[in-house]
Design a protein around this ligand. Structure first.
Ligand code: SF4
Length: 359
């Protein structure tokens, strides 16, 4: 049963130097047709399930003006929503206005995810973010007037960034006292401005020190429940847990991915095709073995790892019957507490290497 929906709004007013997401420059003339195509896609695929989570991401959903947002929320009304729902919208800090926040609230949004990325103007310029750090406090206080469930995204491991710089960012986040923080080490992906400018990743030893600093600073305040995600008790992202629990979800919009009926799919990333309602999905049909592979890759991202009974319920296989799992437990990379199997804290930083051994 599908309980989650992701909706992609690909428009951005500026393009960040590190971005390899599916996005296009905001252009008013496309938005109406985009939203019409989105509505058509939803009406032709959504099967009336009662949803527990909706996530509007991007791109920059908050770049839409009030009239466009009203049209988007009218489309969202197609969905049946469970009374215990989580409804997130991503915002860029410079777009936040009281009028937009009131509109979000009126339309049942109950979680705001804000890409701040850095509190230092030098790094904001490096990332080509379109604001200066002195607006952050006022904007977050404005959001808090209407919402209590707020995520902030932070990027670290930036060129020339020192541990002190990162410490300053973390102190500022702690002062903002939000319920959820996602911290990502900068990845330099092909086809980004940083890649073209030949910017290199920072030294891996410094990257590790930064990773540890984040954990140590947040340890008393937040629970780390996923490798890069920290939350106050009860404020874990239910939507993202859908992904990490390898559960089904719809993905609607340009380049959006979904997982329905043993099929993982991704929509076309070509805006012209999307506007012409040619969604040209790429499909991956999953065998039981594939599903288990996803379960392991995604499940071990969670600090609590994989629940032994739940795994058996889903696949009718005892997870401990896998030799690879047992070997990793014996070697101390994985821990079995008889309820869950999870990656030993000490090795979380190299979790990708462990997953390679496992798969
Ligand atoms: S706002 Fe987000 S999607 Fe848009 S360019 Fe920046 S990182 Fe990419």
């Amino acid at each position: 049963m599908v309980k989650s929906v992701y909706i992609h709004i690909p428009f951005c007013k500026t393009i960040c130097s590190y971005c390899d997401f599916c996005k296009v420059f905001y252009n008013k003339k496309w938005i109406n047709d985009y939203l019409d195509s989105l509505e058509y896609e939803i009406k032709n695929n959504y099967k009336d399930e009662e949803l527990k989570t909706i996530y509007i991401g991007g791109g920059t959903p908050s770049s839409l003006n009030i009239e466009e947002l009203n049209k988007l929320f009218k489309i969202i009304k197609i969905f049946k929503i469970n009374k215990d729902y989580e409804f997130t919208i991503e915002c860029n800090i410079e777009d936040i206005t009281e009028e937009k926040l009131k509109l979000f609230k009126y339309n049942n949004v109950n979680r705001i995810s804000i890409g701040i990325e850095s509190f230092n103007d030098k790094y904001l310029r490096f990332l080509n973010r379109n604001y200066s750090s002195n607006i952050i406090n006022d904007k977050i206080n404005l959001v808090k007037k209407y919402f209590n469930n707020i995520n902030i995204d932070l990027i670290y491991a930036l060129k020339d960034q020192s541990l002190e710089d990162l410490q300053n960012d973390l102190d500022k986040i702690i002062n903002l006292d939000v319920t959820h923080v996602s911290c990502y080490s900068l990845m330099i992906e092909k086809n980004t401005k940083l890649y073209i400018d030949n910017i290199k990743n920072i030294d891996s030893e410094l990257d590790y020190k930064m990773y540890e600093l984040i954990f140590n600073k947040f340890n008393d305040i937040y629970d780390r429940y996923e490798i890069s995600n920290y939350s106050k008790k009860g404020f874990e992202s239910k939507h993202n847990l859908t992904y990490w629990n390898n559960e089904k979800y719809y993905g609607f919009g340009l380049g959006a991915s979904g997982y329905i009926n043993n099929i993982r799919y991704t929509n076309t990333k070509n805006l012209t095709k999307y506007l012409n309602r040619n969604y040209e999905k790429e499909y991956e049909t999953l065998t039981k073995k594939d599903k288990i592979k996803y379960e392991l890759i995604l499940g071990f991202r969670k600090i609590k790892g994989i629940n032994i009974k739940e795994f058996y319920k889903k696949y009718k296989i005892d997870i401990l019957s896998y030799q690879n799992i047992n070997n990793l437990i014996k070697q101390g990379y994985l821990i079995n507490d008889n309820e869950n199997i999870y990656i030993n804290d000490k090795y979380l930083y190299v979790s990708n290497d462990i997953l390679v051994k496992l798969i």
